[in-house]
Design a protein around this ligand. Sequence first.
Ligand SMILES: Cc1ncc(COP(=O)(O)O)c(C=O)c1O
Length: 551
Amino acid sequence: MAIASHAAVSSPLFSSPRLHRQLSCNDDARRVPTLKASPLLRNPNVPFLVLRHCRRGVGISCSATASESGGNQQKVKIRRSADENIREEAHRRDEASGSHGFSACYVPFNASADSTETYSLDDVVYRSRSGGLLDVRHDFAALKRFPGSYWRDLFDSRVGRTTWPYGSGVWSKKEFVLPEIDPDHIVSLFEGNSNLFWAERLGRDHLGGMPDLWVKHCGISHTGSFKDLGMTVLVSQVNRLRRAPLNRPIAGVGCASTGDTSAALSAYCAAARIPSIVFLPADRISLAQLVQPIANGATVLSIDTDFDGCMRLIREVTAELPIYLANSLNSLRLEGQKTAAIEILQQFDWEVPDWVIVPGGNLGNIYAFYKGFEMCRELGLVDRVPRLVCAQAANANPLYLHYKSGWSDFKPIVAADTFASAIQIGDPVSIDRAVFALQATNGIVEEATEEELMDAMSLADRTGMFACPHTGVALAALFKLREKGVIETKDRTIVVSTAHGLKFAQSKVDYHSKEISDMACRFSNPPVNVKANFGSVMDVLKEKLNVKVGL
Ligand SMILES: Cc1ncc(COP(=O)(O)O)c(C=O)c1O
C-alpha cells in the first residue's frame, strides 16, 4: 500500500497544538496523558489519528484530522486499496492502536453505592440477582481522563464519514457505547445522524410563535424507527458472542414487539446472518411493520394476545432455549438509543435545549435520553441536562397515572387500543428507569387522547411533516404544556419523533377519510372525486384556491 509522506508523521512525538490545548484545558489535575503518534499515523488512508497514551501504554483513536495535527500541512487523501474493505481497514487500525483502556459492565439498575454486583457484557444476563433491571455502567474514571472538549471534538469529527464504524451516529460515539467491541464485530447499517427538523411553521402558526421548536426525526432511519439505534448495539454484541474467540452457542435473537423492535431486530440480524425470532400481537400492528420481519427472513410468530402477553411468552422461551433476548429489558439497547440525546446536543453545537418530549410505552427510551444527556453532563461535554417530558396515549397511560398519584404505588393497567399502537403497553418493563429519569430532570408526564394525538399528528403534517401517531402523542403533549404555560414560547424544545409516518399510513387514511367514530378529524383533507372534464376540474380548483378566472 502506498504510503504518503507527511510532515506530521515524521516526528516521533505528535504535537497537535489544538489537541494539546484541548487536553490540557480545564484542569491540569486531570492528569492529561502525554500523547505521541502511533505508527498508524503513517497511513494516510486512516482519517483519524491514533494517539498513544504513553504513561499507561494505551492508545485511543482521536478526532484530529491530518490538517489539524500539524498546523499547515496539506491534507493528503489516498484511497484505501481495493483488496481491503472498510471493516478490514478498521480492524487493522484497531489492532495497531491496542487497548484504549475504556470499559463497561452490567450493574443492577440504581445500585447502592456499596453494591459489588457486576457482570461482564459478555455474560448473558438480563436481570440482577434480586430480579431487578440492569444498567450498563461505563468506567467514568477512564473517560474523565479527557476533558469534555476532547469528546466534543472527537464526536464532531466523525459525523457523516464512511470510516467504519464511525459513519454511524451510534458508533461515532463508540467509547460511550460499547468501548471494547472489535469494529469487526459491529453490525451497523449506518444508523443515527437523523434529521433535526426545524418546525418553523408549526411553532410560528400553531404554538403562539415558538421560534425554537425542533423535531428530532429518529424515525427517518433504516427500518423507520429509533429502534435501529439500540438494535445495532445489541446485535453487534450478539455477533461478538457468537464468533471466535467466544463462540457462544446462541441459536438466535428473539423479541416481543409492538412492531418496530421486530423490524429493527430482523434487519440487523439479517445483515449479520443471525437467525431472528419475533413474537407479535396478532392484528395489533401495522401491515408495514408486519411485513418488515417477514421480508428480512425472521421467524414471525403472530400470537393471539397483546404485547404484554407476547413479552411474558418470550421471557419464558428465552429461559429455556439459547435465544438471546432483544427487548429493552436488555440494557444494551439503551446504550445505542442514548446516542440520540448526544446527537441532539451535537446538532446544537453542544448547547443544551430546555425541553425534550419523548413518547413512552415500555419506557426504555425516556431513560436512554436521560442517560445520554447525563453522561455528557458528567463528562463535561455540557453543563446541564434538559427537562424531560414523557408523553403517553391516554389509552395506555400507566406512567401518567403513576405520576399523577405523586409517584405512589405503581399499578400496571390493561392498555386499550390506540392509534399509537407501538406504545400500547400497560405493564412497562422500564417503569423504574423512567421514574428515575423524570425525577432526575424535574420531568413531567403528559397524556393525549386519541383525538388529541391524531389532530396533533395531522396538524404537523399540514406544516410539512409526515408524523407517526406516537409523534402525535408527543406533539399533543407539547400543545397542552404550551396551553398551560409550562413550556414557554422562548423555550428551545425538541419533540422526539420515534417512527416514520409511512409505517402508520393506515391511521392517516382513516383520519382523512373521516372514518373514525367519535372523532371530528378537524384537519382531514380527503381527496376530491371529480368527473373527467375540464369544467368540473376548474370548478373544484376555483373553489379550493379561491381564485377567479381571468385574473
Ligand atoms: C414508534 C415508537 N414510539 C415510541 C415507542 C416507545 O418507546 P419505549 O417503549 O422505549 O417507551 C416505541 C416502542 O415501543 C415505538 O415503536
